[in-house]
Design a protein around this ligand. Structure first.
Ligand SMILES: C[S@@+](CC[C@H](N)C(=O)[O-])C[C@H]1O[C@@H](n2cnc3c(N)ncnc32)[C@H](O)[C@@H]1O
Length: 254
């Protein structure tokens, strides 16, 4: 959790590597996507900011009559997204670095930031892009932020520690949000927090319980598949508790 350095070259190099994946745990990714998708209304104009390989974009593009700008600063990510999305006529891919000069619309109904802002490893940079998002949303538009939470990390790590397990650190290229700091800032710049939820049961099961019995890290396993089943997430109904990643639903007030 490094809140003072941002190295664009290192970041771009990381995301341009073919072997880097936007998310290694594909069951977690699927759970994130279905959570975000619940909030999308048909006939909307959407910005998918930091779309990566387009795994989420592909699903969001399936919502009735939506129109999507999917943008990323990495050529490699965009090439992967292009292959995945070639049949989707309602998606425009564009190379954009949110920390450099860029031009996008100012009339989005939704902006999706799915594990994108955490890659801007200084709070000031995250704030700058949050203000940009505000300016790009219609009044009444919605920012769907599925991002890392320091509070969620700490909660899960306290649970792990009670079972004598090591904490799970935040990766070098990420700066997670402090819930209060983020929510206060968003209020200051004219957003209203409409909902806050998470993937608590998935994190508790796969990062809190499973490693207690089995230390072999393998995301693509039956246990994780089961943990991502809606029947299970509904049964545990944990929302943001223990959730390293949270979904903040912010409405642009004006
Ligand atoms: C963790 S991936 C998330 C990708 C996708 N949203 C998903 O959920 O699978 C973060 C993405 O943010 C992109 N990114 C990082 N910094 C960026 C910047 N300054 N401008 C635009 N995209 C950036 C990376 O290239 C990467 O594709």
């Amino acid at each position: 959790m490094n809140d003072n350095k941002y190295n664009r070259n290192a970041m771009l190099e990381y995301w341009n590597k073919e072997q880097t994946a936007s998310m290694y745990d594909k069951y977690l990714l699927a759970t994130e996507i279905s959570l975000i998708k619940r909030f999308l209304e048909p006939h909307s104009k959407i910005l998918d900011a930091g779309c990566g390989e387009g795994e989420g974009t592909m699903e969001y593009a399936g919502v009735n009559n939506v129109d999507i700008d999917a943008v990323d600063f990495s050529e490699t990510r965009l090439q992967m997204a292009k292959k995945r999305l070639e049949d989707r006529e309602n998606v425009r891919l564009k190379q954009v670095d949110f920390l450099q000069e860029y031009k996008l619309g100012d009339d989005y109904d939704y902006i999706i930031s799915q594990r994108f802002l955490i890659n801007l490893t200084r709070w000031e940079l995250q704030q700058k892009v949050l203000r940009d998002f505000k300016n790009m949303l219609k009044p009444g538009g919605t920012l769907l932020m599925l991002e890392g939470s320091v509070d969620g990390v700490n909660e899960l790590n306290r649970f792990r520690s009670s079972l004598n397990m090591e904490p799970i650190p935040v990766k070098w290229h990420n700066l997670f949000f402090r819930d209060d700091q983020l929510e206060n800032y968003m209020m200051d710049i004219g957003f209203q927090l409409n909902e806050k939820t998470g993937l608590g049961s998935y994190f508790l099961l796969t990062r809190g319980l499973r490693p207690f019995f089995d230390n072999d890290l393998n995301w693509n396993c039956q246990f994780n598949r089961l943990a991502s089943e809606p029947a299970l997430t509904d049964a545990f109904d944990m929302g943001e508790k223990y959730s390293r990643l949270k979904l903040w639903v912010f409405k642009n007030l004006h």
